[in-house]
Ligand binder design. Sequence first.
Ligand code: BGC
Length: 571
Amino acid sequence: MMKNYLYLFLFLWLIPFVESDSLLMANGLDSDWWKTTTVYHIYPRSWMDTDGDGIGDLEGVIAQLDYLQDLGYETIWISPFTESPQKDFGYDVKDYCKISEQYGTMETFDRLLAEVHQRKMKLIFDLVMNHTSDEHAWFQESSSSKDNPKADWYIWKDGRGKNGLKRPNNWRAMSGNRAWTYHQGRKQFYYNGFLPFQPDLNYHQPDVKNAMFDVVRFWLEKGVDGFRLDIISAIYEDSSLKNNPLSIHMTPSDRTLSIFFQHLGHNFLQEESFGFSTELREVVDEFEQPQRILIGESHGHESVLREFCNYKGKNGLHAIFMFNAISMPFKARKYQKMTETFEKYFAEPLMPTLVFANHDRNRTISRLGGSADKAKLLAMFQFTSRGIPFTYFGEEIGIPRVIIPLKEGKDPIAQQNKWLPQFLVNRSVEILNRDECRTPMLWNTQANAGFCDSLVKPWLPVADNYQQINVETQKSDPQSQYNFFKKIISLRNHTPALQSGSLEIAQEFCSKKVFAYYRTLGKNRYLVVLNMSKKSLDQFEIQGDMIVSTHVNSTIGAFFPYEGKVFLVHR
Ligand code: BGC
């Protein structure tokens, strides 16, 4: 116990000596604030319910801002909360500039933004530009006839065959289903890159682009700090409508664009998307102070993804998610290779943005077989390697995947796949029912884990281990995942070398079991050593002071299974 306090003391003592100018950056005075920030992703429906309907709301986000600030996060990203039929829980937008009644009002939003800024934090949220809900006024008008003023705001095509009922081509959507939906009114098909109730906007029509850029300006004028751009990879389609080629891949992967034996090369990741990113950047840059940011969601190879950030020498998005991290096997050599790859394609001034969890994918702790040690090691990697760290809500306490049968799924993807045998789905590493990673935040040991009133039924079930896994309990346990997150975020926030220093693989320590790297800025050099194996390791000679370990009873020169350590290197 004594030793724990000794390390804590050493850590706190070292901070002021190490590098104190980072606080300036944390307060947003640096124009590149987004490069040094840490982001916490809130799925508002599941965060905190304050009005007793079992659904989280914006008032709940305000109520827990101190929690996030205390943990050390500087930016929050909130999943959609504007008006929507909620078939895809806000990713089906009915009105881009109106707050959904379920979440609050514009007054609540304005207050939230003011509260965030008062804490010197930043707020970004999802902009779903690719498609709207089929209940959006634009689609209602567009679908009303073939010659209304918005007739070509969506992608309409005549069907093939004698009676025009055959789809225009073979394209599949990202969700696996066919990408064309027949509309009785217009007697034509419309294109949907995701699900049928989410028709794609036609960005070849300049009025659509201008209307969307006005939406962007509306929010930037209010003062929001940027956007997460939902499936930006889908924004353009090949207007020649060529059939997609066959592929050997059945299931989707994070690096290729193939699903159900089809390569989605003509309806995703078109060259025009990169040019679009530079145009969007120009709109965002109209708002100079403070700098606003754009982070895109796209699958694909790093060599393609980087085009979103810099296209033909022009600035585009500030960052783009790199999804291959999420499915990377937890192995030292794999992590080394992944790091080398992002260093190659996302060298300065680009910033890699690795994804380890989000509202569509399995919970990290479940992917890691329930191991809190592995989760802490992963957090150490995330907060000490180069890039913008994103944490999906509840990852800091290890909320697990909550198995919910497809048939009971509220998620439209679950509903679409409800014919699949449940026993297979339960065993798969990836989830098909996204409800399973969206269950409520676990605040305390009270009924419903403090997410909503005990008499209210939460919109999704609460994880049944909430008596052990919750914020309140973990706060009082020095060895908890929560306390480790807090420690490692604090280290990052106070250490410019970890935020913006160069990254160099520490080959002399790397092996099948160990992944290690240096972070260097000016005179300051840090060494991060991650034992990614289940074996203890000893005889490490490191010339430096250990400042943080994933384990509280760590010893010099040896590593516990899955222990990671950060050293300040003597020079
Ligand atoms: C979002 C999903 C959403 C889809 C359609 C995504 O990739 O993350 O949650 O269902 O886009 O908007």
